[in-house]
Design a binder for this molecule. Structure first.
Ligand code: HEC
Length: 170
């Protein structure tokens, strides 16, 4: 039993040293100028990276990704989505038809849009690459109060592929 106590103490001291060392290493990493440089560079090049990604966007892949939107939307020309048909109850859970949306003003048409999206449309906002990119990241952050209940797409390339596909629908 007497032997156990020093062993236990050694363990505690050991853990304490490891803990202190890891804090020191983390701090010095955070303070390292190299890390700061990388951060600054990634900020300034993010716009260029996005343009490069858009140039390389894969329309076919975007089309495949659009299947995830068809739970609520249609992309077919001239077809009214369920939400745009007047006799359907609870219309706002479905979304508007997305054919020809690219370059158009937000929230116009037969759909009973949320006040949040209508406000943006009234301000003259249109669906450009940049706006769709932000909207698809998180509709509820982009337009708090929107009816589009969608968690958002985290992967930038997924969003740009999908936007490239949407832009062909005209
Ligand atoms: C759970 C249903 C749902 C899903 C899934 C969904 N949406 Fe929507 N979407 C909506 C609703 C509802 C609205 C109307 C939003 C409002 O009025 O605030 C909407 C609106 C939109 C608008 C605005 C249209 C306009 O006329 O201004 C775009 C663009 C859009 N969605 C794109 C997408 C894309 C792309 C996807 C797939 C990644 C998607 N949505 C997935 C329900 C959905």
């Amino acid at each position: 039993m007497a032997k156990c106590i020093p062993n236990f103490l050694i363990r505690v001291v050991h853990l304490f040293i490891i803990f202190t060392l890891s804090i020191t290493v983390n701090d010095s990493l955070a303070a390292s100028p190299q890390k700061a440089k990388v951060k600054a560079a990634s900020k300034s090049s993010s716009k260029r990276a996005k343009n490069d990604m858009l140039a390389a966007a894969d329309i076919e892949r975007g089309k495949a990704l659009s299947v995830g939107c068809t739970a609520c939307h249609t992309f077919k020309k001239g077809v009214k989505s369920l939400s745009e048909q007047k006799n359907v109850t609870q219309r706002v859970f479905m979304g508007p038809n997305l054919f020809g949306i690219f370059g158009k003003k937000m929230a116009i048409g037969d759909y009973p849009y949320s006040a949040a999206l209508k406000k943006l449309g009234k301000r003259g906002k249109t669906w450009t690459v940049d706006e769709l990119y932000k909207w698809l990241r998180s509709p509820s952050i982009y337009a708090p109060g929107t009816y589009m209940v969608f968690g958002g797409m985290g992967d930038p390339q997924d969003r740009l592929d999908l936007i490239a596909y949407i832009s062909t629908l005209k």
